[in-house]
Ligand binder design. Structure first.
Ligand code: C5P
Length: 232
């Protein structure tokens, strides 16, 4: 039997990946499957929480996992970053915990024409001008919709010449101001689209407060263990 340490708690989890319209038929998107976010929602529900899943472009069979059964989550479907932001902020207004597990587009096309962009014979492609999206996690962390709300983010990193996965994660933790950041290494078959994950949990100062690896459900439970310790 699952511990009921989240009983009576309201939690919001965003999952999936946002899509930014280029025109009515095309978009800029990403490869997030939403599986880690869905695992987080299910784990929280199993531990007694009242869960709202903000689902960005999740496949139907993925959403089906959370909408049925005695531990059903509320699901709000969204497409763009603007929609995700509205849904998270509205559901988050009275939430004890908000977990941003969605892969949010950093940029969106500056304009979205009402008609499909046509290929003009003899002319090259028209450039797409991008503008920056709001950082929803940083906003939530810095504003605090509720003073005692626990705000959690993810950081999918690759190591590069300017630093290791963990160094990038640390810098992100400090910049975002969230209470917890789950850092995972992506690339070469890890993280995206797979059924397992490996994360290091950092606090807002960038210090390591935990480690988890295994199925996305196991990682989800380790994250809720860390969140439970922060709840008043
Ligand atoms: O900066 P980066 O995209 O790597 O940060 C990842 C974390 O920030 C995730 O928790 C993601 O949900 C969140 N994020 C956000 N709004 C953005 C970009 C990322 O909330 N515009």
């Amino acid at each position: 039997v699952e511990t009921q340490d989240l009983a009576g708690r309201r939690v919001v989890v965003s999952a999936g990946g946002t899509r930014e319209a280029i025109d009515p038929v095309r978009f800029i998107g990403n490869r997030s499957s939403g599986r880690q976010g869905v695992a987080l929602a299910r784990a929280a529900a199993a531990r007694g929480a009242d869960v709202t899943l903000v689902a960005a472009n999740l496949a139907q069979d993925v959403t089906d996992q959370v909408v049925s059964g005695p531990r059903a989550c509320s699901v709000v479907r969204v497409e763009s970053t603007a929609e995700l932001r509205e849904a998270v902020r509205s559901a988050g207004a009275d939430a004890d915990v908000v977990v941003m597990a969605a892969a949010v587009a950093d940029f969106r096309p500056a304009v979205t024409p009402d008609a499909k962009i046509k290929k003009v014979p003899g002319q090259g492609p028209a450039p797409i001008e991008l503008v920056e999206n709001p950082d929803i996690l940083a906003e939530l962390a810095h504003e605090r919709l509720r003073p005692d709300q626990v705000v959690v983010g993810f950081a999918a990193e690759t190591g590069d010449a300017s630093g290791s996965v963990l160094e990038h994660g640390r810098a992100k933790a400090r910049r975002k101001g969230a209470d917890l950041i789950a850092v995972n290494a992506v690339g070469s078959g890890r993280g995206f689209g797979t059924d397992s994950n490996e994360v290091t949990l950092l606090d807002g100062a960038g210090d390591v407060v935990g480690q988890a690896s295994g199925s996305k459900r196991e990682v989800a439970d380790a994250l809720w263990d860390a969140v439970a310790k922060l709840l008043p």
